[in-house]
Design a protein around this ligand. Structure first.
Ligand code: UDX
Length: 453
């Protein structure tokens, strides 16, 4: 068969938790024979190292002539919309002129304006959701007027088709306290309002993971599950031998932590990380520190600015038992045989990584989609334990220690390990050849390729 390759631009919001899944999606498309180009802002392009995918800069309006900080998220998103629309359009024209025309833009749901760019250029548009399908279903209901905000003040429990009953502490903060996240909420609601105009709506999840929702929503909405977007080698797949995301906005202190991990017994180490946007109070850091020490197990903790945040004398008091780094290759750490538990903020990527690698989790959530992801970790997938906050919103050292023991020791620890192994297998089968996510990606690829014949 003789045809020109289809060419897809994958547009990502320039944050670690967005670049990782979108770059991974671009790599999957490339592994299936499409030409894929990741478009991201000028100051993030240099952090990307993915040989099978092209990388091209576009502008958010804050990166021409050196990086400048926006005064607020509203200002940033508005500028990104204006300048990004123009520079993304220019990029598509550039490819057309060079004989490699683009026939689809897959864009991050945080950048809803890319739909208009694709429509104006007469090419396909596909949105990519970086949160769970369950969260998406709630935004979808809000847009249809089936659910109104704020959710917290209405009833003690929110009951929705395909979801477990949600108490007020399980709700995404953008829905329970919408005034605290106006810019984010506006961007995401703009996206859900135009959902029917996209040619495809992809979600970084897999069908078995949210099966009750998949059943409840069948035929009602256009969501297509294509995840988990974790590099295939970590899911034991030989599809493309892909061993890393290929994007790191910070430099990992890798060799140090792997030398240290090699000295620890299998499944003994607690890995602690709160994602890329952590902003944990000094009080909370202190409780986590002493809670880890009390658990009496080795721990590896990712904490930026640890010198400023850790309690005085803490590192000396734990000695070789603990290691604190500012950034690491999280996937490689989670895949290490010494890791026995993941204390996580439950960002969606971290949740999928813990699940896909079969690591028991302890959830210490802050905001956004994290509380709802944690609800699923504990009550639906049963692969971890959720910490409770005290009356001033802190997870105490005693609570953390108790939850770590619950996730790692005794009968509860054994049950969590069994479930974690089960979900690891299900994640693997979703992305293996013939799995549900793999088939869903194939359908997209075949459709685009046929148009090029
Ligand atoms: C945020 C939201 O929390 C998340 O739910 C949303 O989907 C994307 O934006 P973030 O808070 O950064 O993301 O967390 P998470 O989604 O877990 O993403 C963090 C990524 O950084 C993960 O892929 C993780 O592997 C990576 N990471 C983190 C590292 O590579 N090294 C580290 O030291 C810490």
């Amino acid at each position: 068969m003789d045809y020109q390759k289809s060419h897809v631009i994958v547009l990502t919001y320039p944050a670690q938790g967005h670049i990782n899944p979108l770059l991974q999606f671009a790599k999957r498309l490339a592994s299936k024979g499409l030409k894929a180009t990741l478009a991201t802002t000028y100051y993030t392009v240099n952090s990307i190292d993915a040989p099978t995918v092209g990388v091209e800069p576009i502008s958010d309006g804050f990166d021409e002539g050196g990086f400048k900080q926006a005064s607020s998220l509203d200002v940033y998103l508005e500028s990104f919309k204006t300048v990004g629309s123009r520079t993304l359009t220019e990029l598509v024209f550039k490819f057309k002129a060079s004989g490699s025309p683009v026939n689809c833009i897959v864009y991050d749901s945080m950048l809803p304006w890319a739909l208009d760019v694709a429509r104006n250029l007469g090419i396909h548009a596909a949105v990519f959701m970086t949160t769970s399908a369950s969260i998406c279903s709630m935004f979808w209901r809000i847009d249809l007027g089936l659910l109104s905000l704020p959710l917290k003040q209405q009833t003690a429990t929110v009951s929705l088709p395909g979801l477990p009953p949600l108490g007020c502490c399980d709700l995404p903060s953008s829905m329970s306290e919408p005034t605290s996240q106006t810019a984010y909420l506006e961007a995401i609601m703009e996206k859900f309002h135009s959902l029917n105009e996209d040619d495809w709506v992809f979600c970084n999840s897999f069908e078995d993971l949210e099966i009750e929702l998949v059943k409840a929503m069948r035929g009602k909405w256009p969501l297509v599950m294509v995840g988990p977007m974790v590099p295939s080698a970590y899911l034991d797949q030989q599809i493309d031998g892909d061993r890393a995301y290929g994007a790191s906005l910070w430099k990992p202190t890798s060799s140090q932590c792997f030398t240290w991990l090699a000295t620890k017994p299998p499944r003994s180490v607690i890995y602690v990380s709160f994602g890329s946007m952590e902003n944990i109070s000094a009080e909370q850091v202190e409780e986590i520190a002493w809670g880890l020490k009390a658990s009496n197990r080795p721990f590896l903790w990712v904490l930026k600015e640890s010198e400023k945040k850790l309690p005085a004398g803490f590192l000396n008091s734990v000695g070789e038992t603990g290691m604190v780094v500012s950034w690491c290759n999280q996937l490689e750490v989670l895949a290490h045989q010494a890791i026995g538990c993941f204390v996580t903020h439950c960002g969606w990527n971290s949740t999928l990584e813990g699940l896909g690698l079969g690591v028991p989790m302890v959830c210490v959530t802050e905001r956004s989609d994290q509380p709802m992801n944690a609800k699923f970790v504990e009550d639906v997938w049963k692969v971890g334990v959720r910490t409770k906050k005290d009356e001033v919103g802190i997870v105490t050292r005693e609570e953390l220690e108790k939850c770590i023991r619950g996730a790692m020791d005794g009968e509860s620890g054994e049950e969590i390990k069994r479930n974690a192994n089960k979900w690891r297998e299900l994640a693997r089968s979703a992305v293996s050849v013939g799995g549900t996510s793999d088939m869903n990606i194939n359908e997209f690829v075949v459709k685009l390729q046929e148009e090029k014949k």
